[in-house]
Design a binder for this molecule. Structure first.
Ligand code: NIG
Ligand code: FE
Length: 413
């Protein structure tokens, strides 16, 4: 099966290398790394990108394919993008999609002045423990459908609303049914039955709970924050996960400054997420590391916290990602376009930086080299917008601008 998407007015490849004989248009007016091409075409073969080039060359590529006896040119589907924009599918590298109930009343109270606190997680734990696998699965699939419709083709999913061995195992198992990017977050908060016995709970997380969950997970995560886990406790959790073959990522500096960023960098974490309150030392440590800083604009929006200054991070050389952090407490949006718009408006990112962070940045935060770019050999995960340029994603906030989505070369929307 081959698909040719042609007459693309603006193609965001995130691939700065120009094709042989082509002018280098990779650096746009904003000095972006989006590898922007105009009047472009993309050929998909199976689940991969086969060719990227000028629309004017597309006919020749198709003709060559027809002459190639091993090809199946008769199965070619041509999609006319009619001058509109194509971008890589969004890589949403941080979400909590397996849970029961919601916390609309908590959100409403917060909008009337109440402060967000980590302890709210416990009310979702009760609803999650009470939900059946089928209820959780149906909810999860509903969230994935709404994400796909908004252009998200890869999603990372965390556990963390079970906080007992049986329920945490259910959550990672259900997440693993729909994504390879599964994160064990048994250390989300200390559950009520372990009140004042945080170290005992860490024993459970690093022992029996890890044994049950590790087979379903790729990542180990911890909420390193006042009201959740201390730095020594967080280190224990991450090191236990690493010893079981999981890779570390960390929630930190969400509610105030702390040492979670340093811990993440020390352990070579793929990402530290939130970073609402970063010190200069945090920024320096991140800039000299392979750890991505994952910004979660929906959290500051929904908790009325100050936005981190992405400009300061990018200018210092930190690699940033943008993710939704879809969860019933701090950020119940599943819309990457919404998060991009907020990042541009309130975190001082350029549109090009925000799109890059929501695609290639997310891929870096998941240490994936097969997604987040539109280049030969990459997975064919693409989004055709209704607009002539990616700028509209921030310029027209709240407007559904996704026209079509291909995931692994299959038209999904
Ligand atoms: O990423 N920070 C910790 N965990 C979630 C919030 C979970 C909740 O409030 O239910 C987050 O923001
Ligand atoms: Fe989170």
């Amino acid at each position: 099966m081959r698909i040719l998407i042609t007459n693309i007015g603006e193609l965001t490849t995130n691939d700065p290398a120009p094709a042989v004989g082509e002018p280098d248009r990779s650096v746009g007016a904003t000095g972006d790394r989006c590898g922007t091409r105009h009047d472009a075409a993309v050929l998909i073969e199976g689940d991969r990108i086969a060719w990227v080039g000028a629309a004017a060359d597309a006919d020749g590529v198709v003709e060559r394919a027809k002459r190639d006896e091993t090809s199946h040119a008769d199965e070619l589907t041509v999609v006319d993008a009619a001058g509109r924009a194509v971008i890589p599918g969004f890589v949403d590298s941080h979400s909590h999609l397996v849970f029961g109930g919601d916390r609309a009343a908590e959100f409403e109270a917060r909008m009337q002045g109440q402060k967000y606190a980590a302890g709210g997680i416990r009310s979702t734990v009760a609803a999650t423990r009470a939900a059946s696998d089928d209820e959780l699965r149906a909810r999860l699939r509903g969230f994935l459908d709404e994400m796909l419709a908004q252009g998200t083709t890869t999603v990372e999913i965390k556990s963390g609303y079970g906080l007992d061995v049986a329920t945490e195992e259910r959550l990672v198992r259900l997440a693993a049914e729909v994504t390879p990017e599964v994160t064990f977050l048994g250390a989300h908060v200390v559950p009520a039955e372990y009140a004042d016995r945080g170290d005992d709970y860490v024993d459970l997380v690093t022992g029996e709970m890890l044994d049950a969950c590790a087979p379903h997970a790729k990542w180990i995560d911890v909420f390193c924050e006042t009201g959740a886990f201390t730095v020594p406790q967080s280190r224990r959790v991450l090191e236990a996960g690493i010893a079981r073959g999981l890779q570390p990522r960390v929630h930190a500096s969400q509610l105030g400054p702390g040492e979670g960023v340093q811990l993440a960098v020390d352990l070579g974490a793929a990402s530290i997420d939130h970073g609402t309150y970063l010190t200069d030392d945090d920024v320096t440590a991140l800039a000299g590391s392979d750890t991505v800083l994952t910004l979660l604009p929906g959290v500051e929006f929904s908790t009325r916290q100050p936005y981190p200054d992405a400009r300061r991070l990018i200018d210092a050389g930190v690699t940033v990602a943008i993710a939704c952090d879809t969860n019933p407490g701090s950020s119940f949006t599943s819309s990457m376009p919404f998060c991009i718009a907020v990042a541009v408006r309130d975190m001082r990112m350029t549109v090009a930086e925000a799109i890059h962070a929501a695609t290639a940045g997310g891929a870096a935060a998941l240490r994936r080299t097969d997604i987040g770019r539109i280049a030969p050999g990459m997975r064919a995960d693409l989004v055709l917008l209704k607009s002539p340029s990616r700028v509209h994603l921030a310029y027209r906030p709240g407007v559904p601008l996704v026209d079509a989505v291909w995931k692994d070369g299959v038209r999904a929307v």
